[in-house]
Design a protein around this ligand. Structure first.
Ligand code: DGL
Length: 257
């Protein structure tokens, strides 16, 4: 059984845990929500690197075999630093799903919703550079999306108007594929799909991250399966948002750490 550490600025990374649990159902998970420091989107890379180090040490204290950086913004700001400073620890980061979007678009326009930090990061800019000759890529910060998820406002007129303000420019540009470049956004996928209409495909990269975690565990020879499965939760601020988001898709009883 593998011990898998996961972290995010808040409860968004649970969209990654949800997929990990399907791919690797019998492992021990430890999740850290850094919601006392949320959102990460507008914070400096140095600030996020400091938080990422602190949380990595926490995960290693819990015996993590692998650490999933279930946050696009933290991946952009800190994963290279983490890999350099903890050379023996396998880290899995978030990949903006530009490739599947570029391969699948019919209009030749793809939209990316992410935080400002992710859109400025070299990881995203490099990925973008690989595809921008073939497709038009339009971006928008999901302004206020993280706050909607942290506050459990996943539907209703207010959530709709917040989502539409950032989605409409992408639709106006002709995007038929929307990449969710922040792990909080899949919890708004229902509302995004409803507002965008049936001709628009919305891509959540979490299943690909779960498959990558499985590959890393296999390559590292870390035993998987056999259980008993568990989920430990830790939060640097109030735990309620995390529990509320977990209850959206799971009836598991977590261990509060
Ligand atoms: N869930 C995050 C991400 O994937 C962080 C959002 C934020 O804290 O701004 O980027």
């Amino acid at each position: 059984m593998a011990r898998i550490g996961i972290f995010d600025s808040g409860s968004g990374g649970l969209s990654v845990y949800r997929e990990l649990e399907k791919t690797l159902p019998q492992e021990q998970y430890f999740y850290f929500s850094d919601n006392a420091h949320c959102p990460y989107g507008e914070k400096s890379p140095l600030y996020i690197q400091r938080r990422a180090r602190y949380i990595t040490d926490w995960a290693l204290d819990h015996g993590a075999d692998v650490i999933v950086v279930a946050c696009n913004t933290a991946t952009a700001a800190a994963i290279a630093t983490l890999r350099a400073e903890y050379p023996d620890v396998p880290f899995v980061g978030m990949e903006p799903a530009v490739k599947p979007a570029a391969l699948g678009t019919r209009t030749g326009v793809i939209g990316v919703l992410a935080t400002a930090g992710t859109l400025k990061g070299s990881k995203y800019l490099n990925t973008r550079g690989l595809y921008e000759d073939d497709v038009k890529i339009v971006e928008h910060v999901g302004q206020g999306f993280v706050e909607l998820v942290e506050n459990g406002m996943l539907d209703g007129p207010e959530a709709e108007s917040v989502v539409l303000a950032s989605l409409q420019p992408l639709l106006d540009a002709g995007a038929d594929t929307i990449v969710l470049g922040c792990t909080h956004y899949p919890f708004l996928q229902g509302i995004i799909e409803r507002l965008a209409g049936p001709s628009v495909r919305v891509i959540d990269p979490a299943p690909a991250v779960a498959r990558q975690t499985l590959r890393i565990l296999e390559t590292g020879g870390i035993p998987i399966g056999q259980g008993p499965a568990s989920l430990g939760l830790k939060s640097s601020g109030p735990i309620e948002p995390l529990l509320r988001t977990l209850r959206l898709f799971s009836d598991k009883t977590p261990i509060l750490l």
